[in-house]
Every structure is written in structure tokens, then in C-alpha cells.
Design a protein around this ligand. Structure first.
Ligand SMILES: Cc1cc2nc3c(=O)[nH]c(=O)nc-3n(C[C@H](O)[C@H](O)[C@H](O)COP(=O)(O)OP(=O)(O)OC[C@H]3O[C@@H](n4cnc5c(N)ncnc54)[C@H](O)[C@@H]3O)c2cc1C
Length: 333
């Protein structure tokens, strides 16, 4: 028998709350209000009491549970799976919301398998139907949206796509923080971290960036991504990439925007030499402003663009970078 608790896994990175976790608080609050439930944020890690305190002042959070263990940092799938599974077993929530981050997608599937729970990945909306959770997600490259209803009384697990909900902000009240004891067994430590390599997009935080410049196959070859990087540099933007360029090995998958990459919702999304396939559009059409540079006036990307430049990117991009640099040098950037 589950409670009406909505459990949010509060992810963090480099000592900061991941913005996607704050979006989950908004989603959880809506669900809890519809179901007379409460919102519990779980914070797992090592030395993360400060993160727990930050979550405690976020509007909509009723309770924070803090699971501290040395094995929970840096992230490894084994210990995180063990910790999250234990929390679900003990708290018996109605629903568990996990960010669709690279780590979230990893442990969510493992936890679901371990506890034999149903999991809907990459949901873009959640609601209640006759006391059952309904999660909506885009399929077939974003062309179709499906709604999936959980039918049993077990905790419903959902990973939520970044940008699907507004971020919850600090509020007036302070939630209680409770310690949660985690046991990590030797079996949970079968994978260890050998090396960590930060890609450029990781450093700039593609999914939380306010500006993203993405490159597509129109760049012709990997080396020409330098044009995108220079433009991104002057705009203080993260670098993204289309699926075609990742498939060609020009960029790492961590840069990919789209249905099988990241969903981004920046203030500005600049698409350079990207045609605008449905699989790409599903990952970026939530941006406030979309600027497209493409030499084909009929490219589908122009249908979603706020501003379009029809032209050769090898002329347009260097000129744009030069102009923006000049503005910046004159203190107007
Ligand atoms: C299951 C599945 C999942 C997928 N997931 C993703 C995903 O997550 N993300 C994703 O992006 N794709 C994904 N794809 C691939 C997707 O279908 C497209 O193939 C891909 O998005 C195309 O990338 P592109 O726009 O860079 O290349 P293209 O479609 O080849 O477009 C290149 C564009 O560059 C323009 N161009 C060429 N030269 C110049 C120039 N000199 N100046 C200006 N413009 C120029 C062309 O006019 C063209 O519009 C997926 C596909 C499948 C089947």
C-alpha cells in the first residue's frame, strides 16, 4: 500500500542543485495538491547537508530526506540504485520523480528493475486520472505524444524531461530535514570510477545554459565546428550538436540535442547548418528564441525559428562572430 507522498530525487552536481530537480518540485507539488499528498525531496551524496538545506527552503517542498554515504559520491550506478531503492521501499511513495539526466536515466532503470516497478522515461507532463498517475511522453521522434497510465498501486516511477516544468523557487517556509540511513553492500560496488573527462558542453552545462549554439551536418566536417565554438564563446553559450554530427563522430553524444539526446530550453537557441528534423526539433523547440542559419530557404528549421538567416554559414557565422566580438569589446555585449 503506498502513501500519497511524491518523492523527488533531488540531484546535484559540483555542490549545486541541478535546475532540473527544481522543475521536478513544481511537477510534484501539482500532483500532491491534486492528491492531498506531500512532497518529499531525497538528497543523496557525501557531504551534501548544504544541498538538503537549499532544498528545504524551496517552495512546495514539505520534507527533505538526507542520505549521506561516502559511496554515494562521485556518482556510481550501484550505490545510487541501492540508496534510491531503499528510500522507495521505506517511504512507499505514490510516485517517484527523477530528472531525465544522464545519471537519472541510469539509476532509474536499475531501481525499477530491482523493485519490479513500472517506469515511464522522459515524461513531458504528469497528471492524475482516478487516483492513478498518467505520464505523457513524445514518441516517434516527437511526432506523436502518448499518455501512459499506471494501473497498479505500486510506486509509479517517472523520469521527467528537462524544461517540461517551471523551476520551483525559494519560498517563505522551511521544510524539515530528516537523516536517512543507507546501507551499501559489496555487491553494489562492482563498478568503480576510472576516469572523469569533462566535455566542453558539460563545462557549460548544455541543459541549463541560457544560450546554446548548435552545429549540424551543414558544417561539412568536424574541424568546422570551430566556427560554432567561436560563436558560442563570444555569446557565452554552450555548444550543442545535431544527431547527424554525433553519428558522424564529429561531436560526443553528450552534445546531442533531440529525441535521443538532450532537451534544452534556453533563452536563445542558434542552429547552424541544421535542417530541423523532427528528432532535433523535439529537443529544442521550447527555447524562447530560435535563430536558424541555413542556405536552404525551405529547411524545416525555419518553421520554428523566430529569426532566420538564409545564407552560407561559412560567410554568415564568421561575420556574426566578428560583429558580436566588436560589440562586446565596446562594452555593449
Ligand atoms: C531514432 C532516431 C533518433 C534520432 N535522434 C536524433 C536526435 O536526438 N537529434 C538529432 O538532431 N537528430 C536525431 N536523429 C537524426 C535526424 O533524423 C536527422 O537525421 C538529423 O537531425 C539531421 O541532422 P542535421 O540537421 O545536422 O543534418 P541534415 O539534415 O543533413 O541538414 C544539414 C543542413 O545544413 C544545411 N547546409 C548545408 N550546407 C550549408 C551551408 N554551407 N550553409 C548553411 N546551411 C548549410 C542544409 O541545407 C541542411 O538543411 C534521429 C534519427 C532517428 C532515426
Amino acid at each position: 500500500m503506498t502513501s500519497a507522498t511524491i518523492l523527488v530525487i533531488g540531484e546535484h552536481h559540483n555542490g549545486r542543485i541541478r535546475p532540473a530537480s527544481l522543475e521536478l518540485v513544481t511537477a510534484a507539488r501539482q500532483l500532491a495538491d491534486d492528491n492531498s499528498g506531500d512532497v518529499v525531496v531525497a538528497v543523496a551524496g557525501s557531504g551534501v547537508s548544504g544541498i538538503a538545506s537549499e532544498f528545504a527552503v524551496i517552495s512546495g517542498v514539505d520534507r527533505v530526506v538526507l542520505a549521506e554515504h561516502d559511496a554515494l559520491a562521485p556518482f556510481l550506478p550501484g550505490p545510487w540504485t541501492a540508496a534510491v531503492a531503499l528510500m522507495i521501499r521505506q517511504l512507499e511513495p505514490f510516485a517517484v520523480l527523477i530528472p531525465s539526466s544522464i545519471t537519472g536515466r541510469d539509476y532509474a532503470a536499475r531501481v525499477a528493475a530491482r523493485l519490479e516497478l513500472a517506469l515511464v522515461p522522459d515524461a513531458i507532463d504528469i497528471s492524475l486520472d482516478k487516483q492513478h498517475l498518467v505520464a505523457s511522453r513524445a514518441v516517434l521522434g516527437g511526432r506523436v505524444q502518448t499518455s501512459i497510465r499506471f494501473i497498479d498501486d505500486d510506486p509509479a516511477m517517472v523520469t521527467i524531461a528537462p524544461g517540461a516544468f517551471a523551476r520551483a523557487e525559494p519560498g517563505e517556509s522551511v521544510a524539515t530535514i530528516e537523516d536517512f540511513a543507507v546501507t551499501i553492500r559489496a555487491d553494489d560496488l562492482r563498478v568503480s570510477l576510472v576516469e572523469k573527462v569533462e566535455h566542453r558542453a558539460g563545462a557549460k552545462g548544455l541543459t541549463s545554459a541560457q544560450r546554446v549554439v548548435s552545429g549540424g551536418r551543414g558544417l561539412g566536417k568536424a574541424e568546422n565546428f570551430a566556427l560554432v565554438e567561436e560563436l558560442a564563446e563570444v555569446l557565452d553559450a554552450a555548444v550543442g550538436a545535431s544527431g547527424a554530427t554525433v553519428g558522424a563522430g564529429w561531436r560526443p553524444h553528450s552534445d546531442q540535442v533531440g529525441s535521443t539526446g538532450h532537451t534544452v530550453t534556453p533563452m536563445l537557441y542558434l542552429a547552424v547548418g541544421i535542417s530541423g528534423a523532427p528528432q532535433h526539433l523535439v529537443g529544442m523547440s521550447g527555447a524562447d528564441y530560435i535563430v536558424a542559419i541555413n542556405r536552404d530557404p525551405d529547411a524545416p528549421i525555419f518553421k520554428v525559428a523566430s529569426f532566420g538567416i538564409v545564407g552560407d554559414l561559412f560567410e554568415v557565422v564568421p561575420a556574426l562572430t566578428r560583429q558580436l566580438k566588436a560589440l562586446k569589446d565596446h562594452g555593449q555585449g
